[in-house]
Design a protein around this ligand. Structure first.
Ligand code: SF4
Length: 97
């Protein structure tokens, strides 16, 4: 490898490493934490991962967000976290539309 090629190779490697690092940060930022049962908001709202209220669960609640059919989805009451689609809390409200 002559000097020019070596310089280009190093430049390319450096760019690739920066790209990979930024990609990793983006992936981590997108990975949302599942709400824990001892989360203060979960306790206050009596949140459970498995609804015991017939006909009511996170999937058919007005406050659920994100992609339909996913097991864990964001909820307006738990910013930055995801709730179980089968879950329930005292904030449940029938989804309209
Ligand atoms: S408000 Fe409660 S019931 Fe509705 S989606 Fe969020 S956690 Fe589930």
């Amino acid at each position: 490898m002559n000097n020019v090629n070596r310089r280009d190779f190093l430049k390319l490697s450096g760019t690739s490493i920066i790209g990979l690092t930024l990609g990793g940060v983006a992936l981590r930022a997108n990975a949302q934490e599942q709400v824990k049962l001892d989360d203060p908001t979960a306790l206050a709202l009596k949140y459970v991962h498995d609804s015991e209220v017939e006909g009511q669960n996170c999937e058919n609640c007005q406050h659920i967000q994100g992609e339909e059919g996913k097991e864990w989805r964001p909820c307006a009451f738990f910013p930055g976290k995801v709730v179980a689609s089968k879950g329930w809390c005292a904030g449940w409200m029938k989804k309209v539309g």
